[in-house]
Design a protein around this ligand. Sequence first.
Ligand SMILES: [Zn+2]
Length: 262
Amino acid sequence: MKIPDSVVPDIYLICQRVFNNELTAAQGNRHLVETYGLNQSSVDTFIRNFEHMLNGRRFRRTLNLFAMRYFLERFTIDYDSQTLFKALSALMQHISYIEDQTGGKHPGMRQVFSEFVTRLPQDFQDEFEQDDIEEDVKSTPREKLIAYLKNLKKTDDDHVMIDGKSYKRDNHTLAVIKQLRDFACQVCNTKILKRDGTFYIEAAHIKARSQFGRETPDNILLLCPNHHKEFDYGETEITFHDADKVVFMMNGKSYSVTLTIE
Ligand SMILES: [Zn+2]
């Protein structure tokens, strides 16, 4: 059923009260059905999607574009950046789901996504860009990725064009390195599987960015979150570093990591 735009603010408030456990889902549902004559299953979708968005989880049934914009707008007012990030991540998972189901594009929702993603702080935006790039990189042959890394030093341009899309070069390079190193921690080999089937790994600079350390395979260590924090906050000392290898002491233990990629 078509939900009148004028009702959406009230739907939002009810969803929020259900999310805060001030109302049960059944009470919220009854209120909206009785007050506005809405269809029960549409209201259920709103209530469920609200919860999924705040938790960063995929939802299946879609909202209309007006409602989605209204919800996201309110999230920017009522919650912090982390929450907006989760909501947009849920939205992107929803878009992928719908596009997989229909074999087509969901341009309206993609447009909404791109309107709100720019409201996030840069590090959150980078994470989305990273996801996007990872998709592209996954389908690129290994030799092409290696060739890309070899050519890195020849340019100072901070953006790169891949299949007609412009990405920040550093983000793209990190994605290539992660793919070529198979998303594993270079200290303990841990891989973290995400529920969307991809892997999570963090990147640490051997020579810090502030000291002009670059995003190149010989300056990036892929680390699991534990080792990344230990590397940053522990007693860490680099004892040897060249293009092929880095040796470092971390909290009293010595590590030797190969940096070449072939
Ligand atoms: Zn590790």
